[in-house]
Design a protein around this ligand. Structure first.
Ligand code: BF8
Ligand code: SF4
Length: 634
């Protein structure tokens, strides 16, 4: 058993994975570890961004002998076009998730499958948007707001409503740079238009639009996804839970929820607690029903219900390899197609639920708002009835488990601080105490650590090692996505982990009663981080770019992560990447994105820093934070 006082090490996690892979070998299962080997080395043109297949005169690949594509596009145009397309893929994906949430909001009914759980938050947003709330039925208001929110996707004129939340200076920068996000679908469509054969090949124009497309995600689609999820499912508050593969239970029916959209997982969680379902599970010989999550779905349900986190992106196969997973239920994004054939090697039911993510060798149960209750019940029942099909000789649940305190929405962070300092600025308290401890140097600054796993980086190592280094240097870490789960799996979300921190951070954690790594949610919830940064800047009276703060995605892999990177930089926050965004083939594009005086820096006062060396990435972050402090004279 793990000793709670110790962090779980990467080696322990790798050893657990090794035993799981052995389990897989017994039944002929494939694994990402093997497939990554088969795919190595990767295509050098793809990795440097210098292959264009936008039209069928190509594909054109740029070499010293062939410096231009057939149409005459040079390497810089090709790399920049690829970068914008990559960004647009991410903006579309996050924002479409947000759109689904807005549709679900439109389906809320008194006593229905979906309800308004945080009416105060809905009213606050309505006021912000200039919508009358007085005397209105809360569901009428929800439907009106849902329609307005859906219009944010395609309105013919104007810009995203939520950009008004940014400090004035930031808004001015966006206006001056002509990157204020307009309708979300417009920014995504324009990205495809600009990169169509025979349109833009000017790198500055393509990168500038990448920032705009990213902003339509972070301050548009993602922010609506977060805010209206809170309205329907509740705004997260601190609560205790557990993490790592040992949260699966050999005596229970294990249902794993995986994907991103909380509309599905909320319902599954609800029916897993239904006495009728629990009784059925007992009839089938199980002690009960155990729900655990993988990827951002895990983050959504852990933040609001304290559901344990079984793992992150590169541990999604591990949950099936335990031989104790009755069902893995997925909605959208980051789902390995490998789960189809893998689940067939075990008794696991692999259930897809969204027309957006349809996968071979899965059972498809179409989930929609009107029938959500029935759908969820059918899925839970299917898992229960599958318990008897387990093969006991294949059950192997590695006993790795940590404690984690989660649930740090911006509202919750303010409340926690207020509990200590009684500064009562608005109904939630204020960020002033946080500003004061940063000013005084008790905390040196903060890092927002986000993003995925990627086989190009030893899984979770970059997240965990960088966090440890930052914490030791009195830098507080806020996390989302798979980075959050990496932290939780290691034990860094246990409030006791404060003892690994520098003296200043240790004191703050003890005083406020928080862990040194704060779980802020899923990847769409990086919008929470944007609000936090904005509010800190306002409370401090400085610009976002002056705060001793940076973003970091050390193991990122997806298009969504690039979209995020664009809006975090566009918000004025330097962003450190541990994996290259396929731009190294162009010195010009590299300079525009990463130059200390490049285009991004000039337009939005922040830029990207790419370094695949872990130590040096960490050193650069710390140096960056110290430089911001020095510039402020603190
Ligand atoms: O949206 S961090 S692997 S799960 S893309 Fe995916 Fe990356 Fe995980 Fe969530 Ni985000
Ligand atoms: Fe080649 Fe130009 Fe066509 Fe791209 S758009 S494939 S560079 S001809």
């Amino acid at each position: 058993m793990n000793n709670w006082d110790e962090l779980i090490t990467i080696e322990q996690m790798e050893e657990a994975t090794r035993t799981l892979l052995e389990n897989g070998e017994k039944v002929g299962a494939d694994s990402w570890q093997q497939r990554a080997k088969n795919q190595t080395p990767h295509c050098g043109f793809g990795e440097s961004g210098t292959c264009c297949r936008i039209c069928t005169m190509g594909p054109c690949r740029i070499t010293p002998k062939a410096p231009r594509g057939i149409c005459g596009c040079d390497v810089h145009g090709i790399v920049a076009r690829n970068y914008l397309r990559f960004t647009a893929g991410g903006s579309a994906t996050h924002s479409d998730h947000g759109r689904e949430i807005c549709h679900t909001l439109h389906e809320t009914r008194e006593g229905g499958n979906y309800q308004v759980k945080d009416p105060e938050k809905l009213k606050r947003i309505a006021k912000e948007w200039g919508v009358e709330t007085e005397g209105k039925d809360i569901y009428d208001l929800a439907h009106e707001m849902a329609e307005l929110a859906l219009l944010e996707y395609g309105k013919p004129f104007g810009t995203q409503k939520f950009i008004k939340r940014a400090p004035e200076h930031t808004q001015e920068l966006w206006a001056k740079a002509d990157i204020e996000p307009r309708a979300i679908d417009r920014e995504v469509s324009q990205s495809l238009h600009m990169t169509h054969m025979g349109c833009s090949s000017l790198p500055e124009a393509l990168i500038r639009h990448s920032l705009r497309s990213g902003l339509s995600d972070g301050w548009g689609g993602s922010m609506m996804g977060t805010e209206f999820s809170d309205v329907m499912f509740g705004t997260p508050k601190p609560m205790d839970t557990e993490a790592n593969i040992g949260v699966m239970d050999k005596d229970m029916v294990n249902i794993i929820v995986h994907g991103h959209d909380p509309s599905l997982s909320e319902m599954i969680v609800f029916y897993a607690n239904d006495p009728e379902m629990i009784a059925l599970a007992k009839e089938q010989g199980a002690k009960g029903i155990n729900i655990a999550g993988v990827c951002c779905t895990a983050n959504e349900v852990t933040m609001r219900h304290g559901i344990p986190m079984a793992g992150n992106f590169l541990s999604q196969e591990n949950v099936v390899l335990t031989g104790a997973c009755e069902a893995i239920v997925v909605d959208v994004q980051c789902i390995f197609p490998a789960l189809g054939p893998l689940s067939k090697c075990f008794h696991t039911k692999f259930i897809t639920t969204s027309p957006i993510a349809q996968i071979p060798e899965a059972e498809f149960i179409r989930f929609n708002a009107e029938t959500a209750g029935e759908n969820a019940k059918a899925i839970v029942k299917m898992a229960i009835m599958n318990f008897k099909n387990r093969k006991p000789e294949l059950v192997n649940i590695p006993q790795l488990k940590t404690k984690a305190r989660v649930g740090y929405s911006v509202e919750a962070i303010k409340k926690e601080l207020d509990g200590v300092c009684n500064s009562h600025v608005d109904e939630f308290g204020s960020l002033k105490p946080l500003v004061d401890v940063v000013k005084s140097g008790v905390l040196r600054g903060a890092v927002a650590m986000v993003g995925c796993n990627n086989p190009k980086v030893r899984p979770d190592t970059a997240h965990i090692e960088l966090m440890k280094k930052l914490l030791a240097n009195d830098i507080i870490v806020v996390v989302t996505g798979c980075s959050a789960q990496a932290a939780a799996k290691a034990g860094l979300m246990d409030p006791d982990a404060a003892k690994y921190c520098g003296e200043g951070l240790k004191r703050v954690c003890k005083l406020v009663g928080i862990p040194p790594v704060l779980h802020m949610g899923s990847c769409v919830d990086i919008s929470r981080m944007m609000i936090l940064a904005s509010d800190v800047a306002k409370d401090w009276g400085i610009n976002i770019s002056q705060i001793p703060l940076c973003g970091c995605a050390p193991e990122w892999m997806s298009e969504k992560a690039v979209s995020i990177g664009n809006y975090v930089v566009a918000t004025g926050i330097d962003t450190y990447l541990g994996v290259d965004p396929y731009t190294k083939g162009s010195s010009e594009v590299t300079e525009l994105l990463q130059g200390e005086n490049g285009l991004c820096q000039q337009l939005v006062e922040a830029h990207f820093i790419v370094d695949t060396d872990l130590e040096s990435l960490g050193d650069k972050m710390i140096a960056g934070i110290e430089a911001k402090r020095a510039a402020l004279g603190i």
